[in-house]
Design a protein around this ligand. Structure first.
Ligand SMILES: *Cc1c(COP(=O)(O)O)cnc(C)c1O
Length: 369
């Protein structure tokens, strides 16, 4: 393995050398350097969402991958007498439905097609018909396809009807400007290895404190108890159970690099130019996208398989892999597509290099586009 691999995936992503280097020093979980890093990270993440402790928001870090933090929120904040509405238009929405089933939560699901956004109108109509609903959960960037759901508009509907709004912004937070307060989000979840460009190891929930406090004593799992995790961090600055120390040290470095890049607005621009370079190049090669342009986000793009029956995704994937480019299979229920991520430490020139490799593979495979 000599070639450097570039990850064009939805996470884990390519990270900078300096982020990886931040993990070279063994770190005890009670080391004050570590405890201060955790404090900086928690405050810094709130700032990235344009909120802070002073206006009633808290950041809770959860060990594990992104799903762990989504499950921590879902299984901690929806009480026994509450009812959750899941807005689903892809695999990640369905994952929240699975959590609701496993934790035996009262819940309803409002489904939309995978190639359509969740609409505020349908959400409002559903809430009118189901007054028992107390919480609404929605995915921001549905990584299944790459579409962006209109979370600000859905948040306004939630506010109007007095519902708690939970947003899985896993693949978009850090790569899209988001103001938690104006978007009416009560719980926003993301993870270390997406747009902040850290390494895997933990996820986090940004929470409205008054709602977080209501979760006291109602968790359905010890390790995923959101309130207890928060209370532990607040009391001593420490985690209840072994934290991913090195992943957190890398993340602090990643946050510094995000700031040096020019913050979220600059990163958003870089990802958008990655996407533009990718889309133009793929169109020139003859590929078609799964989603209509109007609903596409700039995090990840879904491309339909070529119509040529000789196309074999496994071979296509392997040949790109050998050239140092890792792409991502599809996860659609009704169409054959693969995905290419625009996020991580990748730049338009890397995308151009990927496009050249794709062109080579298409030629080698003698595919007619
Ligand atoms: C990546 C991602 C997750 C979390 O996935 P993990 O594999 O648990 O990290 C959740 N929701 C969305 C929308 C994602 O893109």
């Amino acid at each position: 393995m000599s070639v450097r691999s570039l990850l064009f995936t939805p996470g884990p992503l390519s990270t900078s050398l300096t982020v990886k280097e931040a993990m070279l020093k063994d770190m005890g979980s009670r080391d004050h350097v570590f405890i201060n890093a955790v404090k900086d990270i928690r405050n810094g993440l709130l700032q990235l969402a344009h909120v802070g402790k002073e206006d009633g928001y808290e950041c809770v870090i959860i060990q594990g991958s992104g799903t762990f933090a989504v499950e921590s929120v879902i299984s901690s904040v929806v009480g026994e007498k509450d009812k959750l509405l899941v807005l689903a238009n892809g695999a990640y929405g369905e994952r929240i439905v699975k959590m609701a089933v496993i934790h035996r939560l009262n819940h309803e699901v409002l489904r939309f097609d995978e190639d359509a956004v969740v609409t505020p109108e349908a959400t409002e109509a559903f809430l009118k018909d189901h007054p028992g609903i107390t919480h609404v959960a929605c995915i921001h960037s549905e990584t299944t396809t790459g579409l962006f759901n209109p979370v600000a508009e859905i948040g306004a509907v939630c506010k109007k009807y007095g519902k708690i709004f939970i947003v899985d912004a896993m693949s978009s937070f850090g790569g899209v400007a988001m103001d938690m307060k104006s978007m009416q989000i009560d719980f926003l979840v993301s993870s270390s290895n997406k747009c902040i460009e850290g390494v895997p190891g933990f996820a986090f929930a940004l929470c409205k404190r008054s709602e977080l406090e209501k979760a006291k004593g109602q968790a359905r799992s010890l390790s995923l108890d959101l309130y207890d995790q928060w209370a532990g961090l607040e009391a001593s600055g420490q985690f209840r159970f072994t934290p991913p120390t090195l992943s957190l040290m890398a993340f602090r470095q990643a946050m510094k690099e995000l700031e040096e890049e020019g913050g979220i607005p600059a990163r958003e621009l870089r990802y958008k130019s990655n996407k533009q370079t990718l889309d133009e190049g793929m169109t020139a090669l003859g590929f078609k996208q799964y989603l209509k342009p109007g609903i596409q986000g700039h995090i990840i793009s879904s491309f339909l398989y070529p119509s040529d029956t000789g196309f074999n995704f496994e071979r296509f994937y392997e040949k790109l892999n050998k050239r140092g480019f890792v792409i991502y299979p599809g996860k659609l229920s009704r169409a054959n597509a693969f995905r290419i991520g625009n996020i991580g430490q990748i730049f338009p020139d890397d995308v151009k290099a990927l496009l050249i490799a794709i062109e080579e593979v298409l030629k080698e495979e003698r595919l007619k586009m």
